[in-house]
Ligand binder design. Structure first.
Ligand SMILES: Nc1ncnc2c1ncn2[C@@H]1O[C@H](COP(=O)(O)OP(=O)(O)O)[C@@H](O)[C@H]1O
Ligand SMILES: [Mg+2]
Length: 248
C-alpha cells in the first residue's frame, strides 16, 4: 500500500562556506518521506546525511529548493513559525541523547510541552505514560539521566520524541553510543512507532544492521541520492556501502 508522503523535498541543495572552502553538502535532492514507514538514510561520512535531515526538519535552510509539509514550503517560514512546526510535528532522537541532567525522566519526557508553553490533556498524558511504559520506563520516571544506562537514556529520548505525537521522528545515529544489543532494542522501538502510532521515522545511520530494520533505504554519496531501495538485509546493504566507498 502506498502511504501519503508526510514531507517532500524538492530540488534541495545546500552549500556551506564560499570561495575556495565551498562545500556542496547536498545537490538537487528530491525525495518523498512516507507516513508509517521507517526510512533509513545511509552513506559515507560527510556525504550529506545530517544536512538532509536538518533541512527536512527545518533545523537549517537550504541554498535552493523546497521542503513541503502538506502544501506548506517550510523554507519560506519565519523562525517563529518554524519553531512552532517543530514543536508540534517533529520529534528528534540524537546520538548524544540530549537529556536535561537536572530534570527527572518524566520531566524530560514532558519537556516539549514545557518548552511550548502547553499542557497535554488528561487523555494525552495517559497515552504518554503508556508509551513510557512500553519503553520500560515506568520504574525510572523519578530518576535523573545520570542514574540511567545509555540504553535507558535513549529510551527516554524516544519517549520524549513520541510525546507530542509528531508526524515525523528524526533519529540521527541513535544507536551510535550503544552496544549492539541495546541498539537493537532502540531500533525495534522506533520500528514499532511506525507500526503502532502512525509515525514516520527517518533514521540516519552508517550501520547496515540498523538500516536493515527500515522499510526503505536511501543512499547518499557526495550530496546526491544514488540508491533508493526497499527493505533488504544487512549483508546486501553492507555490499552497497562497500561499493559506494570503492567508487569514491
Ligand atoms: N555547518 C557546516 N559548515 C560547513 N560545512 C559543513 C557544515 N555542516 C556540514 N558541512 C559539510 O557538509 C558535508 C556534509 O556533511 P554532513 O551532512 O554532516 O554529512 P554526514 O552526516 O553524511 O556525515 C561535509 O563535507 C561537511 O563537512
Ligand atoms: Mg552526520
Amino acid at each position: 500500500m502506498l502511504e501519503v508522503p508526510v514531507v517532500r523535498a524538492r530540488g534541495l541543495s545546500k552549500v556551506f562556506g564560499g570561495g575556495d572552502s565551498e562545500v556542496h553538502a547536498l545537490r538537487d535532492v528530491s525525495v518523498d518521506i512516507e507516513g508509517r514507514r521507517l526510512t533509513a538514510i545511509m552513506g559515507p561520512s560527510g556525504s550529506g546525511k545530517s544536512t538532509l535531515m536538518h533541512l527536512l526538519a527545518g533545523l537549517d535552510r537550504p541554498s535552493a529548493g523546497a521542503v513541503l509539509y502538506d502544501d506548506v514550503d517550510i523554507t519560506a517560514l519565519d523562525d517563529r513559525r518554524l519553531t512552532a512546526l517543530r514543536r508540534t510535528e517533529i520529534g528528534f532522537v540524537f546520538q548524544a541523547f540530549n537529556l536535561v541532567p537536572t530534570l527527572t525522566v518524566l520531566e524530560n519526557v514532558l519537556l516539549p510541552f514545557e518548552l511550548g508553553g502547553t499542557k497535554p490533556s488528561g487523555e494525552h498524558r495517559e497515552w504518554i505514560l503508556e508509551r513510557a511504559g512500553d519503553l520500560g520506563l515506568t520504574p525510572l520516571l523519578g530518576r535523573r539521566p545520570h542514574q540511567l544506562s545509555g540504553g535507558q537514556q535513549q529510551r527516554v529520548a524516544i519517549a520524549r520524541a513520541l510525546a507530542i505525537r509528531p508526524r515525523l521522528i528524526f533519529a540521527d545515529e541513535p544507536t551510535g553510543n550503544l552496544d549492539s544489543r541495546t541498539g537493537l532494542e532502540v531500533l525495534m522501538m522506533l520500528e514499532s512507532a511506525t507500526r503502532e502510532h502512525d509515525q514516520a521515522v527517518v533514521l540516519v545511520t552508517h550501520d547496515p544492521a540498523a538500516a536493515a530494520h527500515a522499510d526503505r533505504v536511501l543512499f547518499i554519496s557526495d550530496g546526491i541520492v544514488v540508491h533508493d531501495v526497499g527493505r533488504t538485509d544487512a549483508a546486501t546493504l553492507s555490499d552497497m556501502v562497500l561499493e559506494l566507498a570503492g567508487a569514491r
